[in-house]
Design a protein around this ligand. Structure first.
Ligand SMILES: C[C@@H](O)C(=O)SC[C@H](NC(=O)CC[C@H](N)C(=O)O)C(=O)NCC(=O)O
Ligand code: NI
Length: 146
């Protein structure tokens, strides 16, 4: 068995690609347009996950864009997408400089949370860090200072 992807539906494909691609750094490896079904699928991989043998083998985030606008209410059962980064502070600063709210700032240098334009929670973890110390989880307040 092999992990393939996680699919999220997006209301605005350009806004989603700007967030996940331009700002967050994921790369598009495949796109599928379906005229009959009136939807577009875009598969995005993290640069560190790219399968150099065959891009299609990379674990992905699958964006589903339905051409006929739909409102998506986030299911409480969905938690978050998680990515490991080389420098959590630099990553969060770059996102904040580009208008992304840091819902949970990386005060402990280990973990931060942001949300996509569609409200999908994204967990950002510092490469090389173990699980955080067993302390009461802080609220998801955005203080901006960390
Ligand atoms: C390519 C493969 O990874 C897929 O996930 S295709 C699954 C298929 N997707 C769609 O039909 C997209 C448009 C549809 N209106 C939607 O919003 O899902 C599908 O079966 N989707 C149903 C689902 O629950 O994922
Ligand atoms: Ni899929």
């Amino acid at each position: 068995m092999r992990y393939l992807h996680t699919m999220v539906r997006v209301k605005d494909l350009d806004a989603a690609l700007h967030f996940y691609g331009t700002l967050f750094g994921l790369v598009e490896i495949r796109r599928y347009e379906n005229e009959k079904g009136r939807f577009t699928l875009v598969f995005l991989a993290a640069p560190g996950d790219l399968s150099h043998a065959k891009a299609e083998l990379s674990p992905c985030l699958e964006l589903t864009y339905n051409w006929d606008t739909e409102d998506y209410t986030g299911g409480r059962n969905f938690g978050h997408l998680a990515y490991e980064v080389d420098d959590i502070y630099a990553t969060c600063q770059h996102l904040m400089d580009n208008g992304v709210t840091i819902n949970r700032p990386p005060r402990d240098g280990h973990m931060a949370f942001v949300r996509s334009p569609d409200g999908i929670s994204i967990e950002i973890l510092q490469k090389g860090e173990d699980l955080p110390p067993q302390e009461p989880w802080r609220s998801m307040g955005n203080t901006g200072a960390w």
